[in-house]
Design a binder for this molecule. Structure first.
Ligand code: URA
Ligand code: CA
Length: 433
């Protein structure tokens, strides 16, 4: 087999066979196929359609390129959740103890990653003592015992995807739905999940800015997951404004505690109940979404979910007393209010800009080696649809730097205040099965 022939075949709109895709991905991972040939292939894939078979085969070839996590020592159906990424998305911190409380095993590997705030792992590290590096056997035992454990990524997962994603980044071929879907699904499948719930975000703070693209991406990922034998569903949710109120690591841990206590932000609570219900059904712990939702609501109401969160934190060395006393979490030196410049209804809060503002305070990583300030971030006091009087606080900054003029300007620009009350935003647009 020759790579040049495969490039020509795809260029002319042909369908690559499993053997051809395996040859290409193995060759590329091993360094036998050079970047320039893979670049040409990525562009051909970008412009031509990929069939579902091709997408599944590409995904599985990338899965096979590295280590695969074996979760078979863990009892039950392991359901993973993946979000395509948003601003202030605290759902994993809440969902893990929440669904574990109704018997769904949560064996989660999470990333640090780059972005406006840290990843789930960084957020958890704001709990004093919490350990994210634990060995596989301990991890399996913790999930069997407590139904939940979250660890940092280890091992060499999907090296083909790493290499290909980096190449796509510099050859203008990232923005292809089949390639994005295969990339994301390869990582989920290599992490060992039996079933997957995808939270595909749409709106100003999301990768997919409009609903049609979000729907297409969700459908592509659901088809790959199901084609690879992992039951997968996709929830399309709103990211046109940040989720919840808090954007920042320790601030989001506090928000998670509030939500598990039953008094979290309405949108965040609703999204967790929606995603959680699908996880519970996929894990066979309820027959219908309605039954699953009732079970989840019950463990919030009777504080069992909060108790599971404490057990989970303590089991990985964390100081579980933060749950009853969140003031023990890292705290910024200064809080500052950003005031509304006029009266009216909040019509829009550009999520990306809020994320960037939190990042500028030090809540996120700009490069792989930047150090995160776990204490800092922003808390939104007003969300879309709220009425504000001139001078009301729109946002509270939690900062360790005094000079926050640029951050304040960014936040003021993110808020649109209008005379008319805006129409209610849907939180969940669609569920793709
Ligand atoms: N995120 C990924 O993991 N892969 C892509 O290709 C795009 C976004
Ligand atoms: Ca939040």
């Amino acid at each position: 087999m020759r790579m040049v022939d495969l490039i020509a075949k795809k260029r002319d709109g042909g369908e690559l066979t499993k053997a051809e895709i395996d040859f290409m991905i193995k060759g590329y991972t091993d360094g036998d196929i050079p970047d320039y040939q893979m670049s040409a292939m990525a562009m051909a894939l970008y412009f031509k359609e990929m069939t579902t078979d091709e997408r599944v085969n590409l995904t599985m070839a990338m899965v096979k390129s590295g280590d695969e996590i074996d979760l078979s020592a863990i009892e039950g159906i392991k359901v993973d959740k993946h979000s395509t990424g948003g601003v202030g998305d605290t759902t994993t911190l809440i969902l893990a103890p929440l669904v574990a409380s109704v018997g769904v095993p949560v064996a989660k590997m999470s990333g640090r990653g780059l972005g406006h705030t840290g990843g789930t792992i960084d957020k958890l590290e704001s709990v004093p003592g919490f350990q994210v590096e634990i060995d596989g056997e301990t991890f399996n035992n913790l999930v069997n015992k407590n139904k939940v454990s979250v660890v940092g990524q280890s091992g060499n997962l999907t090296p083909a995807d790493k290499k290909l994603y980096a190449l796509r980044d510099v050859t203008a071929t990232v923005n292809s739905i089949p390639l994005i879907a295969s990339s994301i699904m390869s990582k989920k499948i290599a992490s060992g999940a039996d079933a997957i719930v995808l939270d595909v975000k749409t709106g100003s703070g999301a990768f997919m800015k409009n609903i049609e693209d979000a729907r297409a991406l969700a459908k592509a990922m659901v088809d790959i997951g199901n084609g690879a034998g992992r039951k997968t569903i996709g929830v399309i949710s709103d990211m046109s404004q940040p989720l919840g109120f808090a954007v920042g690591n320790a601030l989001e841990v506090k928000e998670a505690i509030d939500t598990l206590n039953g008094h979290g932000p309405k949108d965040l609570t609703e999204l967790c109940l929606t995603l959680g219900s699908h996880m519970v059904v996929l894990a066979n712990k309820a027959k219908t979404i309605e039954e699953a939702r009732e079970k989840l609501q019950a463990v919030i109401d009777n504080k069992q979910a909060l108790e599971t969160f404490k057990v989970f934190l303590a089991s990985q060395g964390g100081d579980a007393s933060v749950v009853d006393d969140p003031s023990r979490l890292p705290k910024a030196r200064v809080t500052k209010e950003v005031h509304a410049p006029k009266s009216g209804y909040v019509a829009e809060i550009v999520a990306d800009e809020v994320g960037i503002a939190a990042g500028m305070l030090g809540a996120g990583r700009m490069t792989k080696t930047s150090i995160i300030d776990l204490a800092v971030g922003v808390v939104l006091n007003k969300k879309v649809g709220d009425f504000v009087e001139k001078g009301d606080s729109l946002v509270t900054l939690h900062t360790n730097t005094e000079d926050t003029k640029e951050v304040e300007e960014k936040l003021l620009n993110a808020y649109a205040i209008k005379e008319e009350k805006p129409a209610d935003l849907p939180l969940v647009y669609d569920v793709i099965t």
